[in-house]
Write a protein that binds this ligand. Structure first.
Ligand code: FAD
Length: 387
């Protein structure tokens, strides 16, 4: 397989790189206390990045998942918080609306996503059920001419900023995964409340939200039945977007590590000339190359959503790689790596997010293990493409 970027992709990446390496780099520290990076998001909107995943008929660029991965990687090389904010315009949220919402809701929300004026949030996790989806208790009761939503969601990104919340909910109390649907929530509707806020080690804020007797138009219930399977299809996009942030973080930390070991002299020579340090650099480079290959391959399968098996493997591999690489990058900085004087501590903290959000590693390993077990042929070995 050969991955070659065309001229348009190269031009887009050059523009994003310029913006990230100059303006975003100078502002990284600003977003560490939970301040939302509106300024960066607006600038990404101006160069077209936020519309990359919005379908062309709604004014976007309708670009493939791989292009979004490449762009998020560039942003995350500099600023984790901005990459996470931009992901909301390119990830599952946007694709759920584009694929499942009625036309007037698409027209209400998608054009604003392109400029950064409309921010989307996704609400899956509940206080007592994150990975345990079958135990979600948030429920939507269907009435003749409206629906009523009740429930609590937690650890939600962009809860204070979003204009539309994509909420996974039971429909009429139906049990199990099959009973889950999806409702779009405008936070100005009576009954919406942010009930707790958590500042994270990555810099951004997460929040708990309560929906109390929220009366919503019937059309906002965009998926009524067997929603979880359809939502998970779209969610495979997130399983490529999330690791693109991890990949960028790892590359950003790696660049800082190489710069540092070339300039830091001890025992009369740069630390990068010592074999033990060079091996660390080699291991970091090797890990980044491996993760990048599987992630790009998984993203390339999208039609419109990526293959679940490859997306899960790419996510596990890249998220875990980023934790190891950012940790080693910090290690070669010595004690200075632990201070906020060098960007490497920012990358290290951000990287910890990957294995938790967007499908935790353990759950994805379950998915991969099940697929291998079920698909394994009685009379031979698995080979490329068989899965
Ligand atoms: C930065 C960040 C942003 C987030 N943003 C959002 C958001 O916008 N919207 C949203 O809905 N959620 C969001 N989340 C929440 C995230 O999706 C959940 O934390 C995640 O799904 C895990 O759920 P949990 O925290 O309830 O862990 P639990 O489900 O309680 O799991 C605890 C541990 O057990 C492991 N585990 C689960 N199943 C198994 C198994 N079968 N075998 C072995 N181990 C297992 C899990 O992987 C985890 O390590 C965010 C999280 C983070 C860190």
């Amino acid at each position: 397989m050969k991955l070659e970027l065309n001229d348009d992709q190269k031009a887009m990446l050059d523009t994003v790189r310029q913006l990230a390496q100059t303006k975003f780099r100078s502002r990284v520290a600003k977003w560490q206390d939970g301040t939302f990076p509106y300024a960066n998001l607006r600038e990404l909107g101006e160069i077209g990045v936020l519309g990359m995943a919005v379908p062309e008929e709604h004014g976007g660029l309708g670009m493939p998942v791989l292009d979004c991965v490449l762009v998020l990687e560039e942003v995350a090389k500099v600023c984790y918080v901005t990459a996470m904010a931009a992901m909301s315009a390119m990830g599952a949220q946007n694709r759920i609306i584009a694929n499942y919402a009625p036309e007037d809701l698409k027209q209400r929300y998608l054009p604003g996503v392109i400029t950064g004026e409309t921010i989307l949030a996704i609400c899956m996790t509940e206080p007592h059920a994150g990975t345990d989806v079958a135990n979600y208790t948030t429920n939507t009761v269907v009435h003749k001419d409206h629906v009523v939503l009740n429930g609590t969601k937690t650890l939600i990104s962009r809860a204070d900023e979003a204009h539309c919340f994509i909420v996974f909910t039971r429909v009429d109390g139906r049990s199990g995964r099959e009973g889950i649907g999806c409702v779009l929530v405008d936070p100005s509707t009576p009954g919406f409340e942010v009930t707790a806020r958590y500042h994270t080690m990555g810099g951004e804020n997460l929040a708990e939200i309560q929906f109390r007797d929220m009366k919503l138009p019937s059309e906002n219930l965009i998926i009524r039945e067997n929603g979880f399977k359809r939502l998970l299809n779209a969610f495979n996009t997130q399983r490529c977007m999330n690791p693109s942030v991890s990949l960028g973080l790892a590359e950003g930390a790696f660049e800082e590590a190489v710069k540092y070991v070339r300039s830091r002299e001890i025992f009369g020579r740069p630390t990068g000339t010592m074999q033990g340090i060079r091996w660390k650099i080699a291991d970091m480079a090797r890990e980044i190359e491996v993760a990048r290959s599987i992630l790009y391959r998984a993203a390339s399968t999208a039609n419109p959503f990526p293959d679940p098996y490859l997306a899960a493997i790419a996510k596990i591999q890249t998220n875990e790689m980023a934790i190891r690489v950012t940790s080693e990058a910090l290690q070669v900085h010595g004690g200075y790596g632990f201070t906020d004087e060098y960007p490497v501590s920012h990358f290290y903290r951000g990287a910890r997010y990957g294995t938790l959000g967007g499908g935790a590693t353990e759950t994805l390993k379950d998915l991969v293990g099940r697929r291998v077990y079920d698909a394994f042929p009685d009379d031979g070995f698995l080979s490329f493409g068989l899965m």
